[in-house]
Design a protein around this ligand. Structure first.
Ligand SMILES: C[S@@+](CC[C@H](N)C(=O)[O-])C[C@H]1O[C@@H](n2cnc3c(N)ncnc32)[C@H](O)[C@@H]1O
Length: 235
């Protein structure tokens, strides 16, 4: 089934809902998004003074989480949605993190950074929204330094048939209604289940990472497999 909007326009939807995004995220994930981000942070390489690129940074929650690790020096967060970045910027100001996190507008498929610049690149619930996943993974690979690591969080479907059918019921029948109610937006959460169900996950996504050049690519299932954390290294 085709989406009623082009994926290249998905950032405009995030502009519309930016002010409510964090609240909706907390409600729809039951607060689990905090655990998922913490798991991502724990998979960073143990190197001092890291410069990290957080793609599709949204309201900067991953960037903020990364700065909890003292081995992280600075984070650059990039997103196409100026509305999401504006909310993120107010959070950085409130938390006094403006000297460690810089937010910029940009497209994850076509990065303006020079090659071999970052120690790690992260992307949380963003890659499902970009039209050209291969281009995005190639760009992540390009801007990483040798030994740099990519860490990607994305929705998946549980392996257990029972859990999977419960989760699909939630995604198809419950989540869109709550999302519509909280966001006041007709499209933002109505098609979330469709984008999740159609997106490659597990070993299929690991295959895409390997195709982009990543070594040691792998993944870990989180929360019964509703989310996967992927990693891969540039050697
Ligand atoms: C579901 S939000 C995730 C935000 C944040 N990473 C988090 O975990 O809460 C997806 C984000 O991807 C951004 N986005 C969509 N397409 C993009 C692209 N091509 N390049 C950069 N950001 C993009 C949207 O604007 C939105 O902020």
């Amino acid at each position: 089934m085709t989406l009623p909007y082009a994926k290249s326009d998905s950032y405009k939807i995030f502009n519309d809902i930016a002010g409510r995004y964090d609240l909706i995220n907390t409600v729809l994930s039951g607060g689990l998004h905090r655990i998922w981000r913490r798991e991502l942070r724990r998979k960073l390489h143990a190197m001092p003074d890291q410069l990290i690129l957080d793609l599709a940074t949204g309201t900067a929650d991953v960037a903020i989480e990364l700065t909890r690790d003292s081995r992280v020096d600075k984070v650059i967060g990039v997103d196409l949605s100026e509305g999401m970045i504006a909310i993120g910027q107010t959070k950085l100001h409130r938390l006094g993190l403006e000297n460690r996190i810089q937010l910029q507008t940009g497209d994850a498929q076509k990065l303006s950074y020079k090659s071999n610049r970052f120690d790690a690149a992260t992307m949380s619930f963003g890659i499902r929204n970009v039209p050209d996943v291969d281009a995005c993974l190639s760009e992540i690979y390009r801007v990483l330094k040798p030994n740099g690591r990519a860490l990607i969080l994305e929705f998946a479907l549980p392996r257990s048939r029972f859990v999977r059918s419960l989760h699909l019921f939630y995604l198809r029948n419950i989540l869109p209604g709550i999302g519509r109610l909280l966001s006041g937006h007709g499209t933002a959460y109505t098609y979330l289940n469709q984008t999740i169900e159609e997106f490659p996950y597990g070993s299929n996504f690991v295959g895409l990472m390997a195709k982009a050049g990543f070594q040691n690519a792998g993944f870990q299932s989180l929360t019964f497999g509703i989310v996967n954390l992927y990693w891969g290294d540039k050697v």
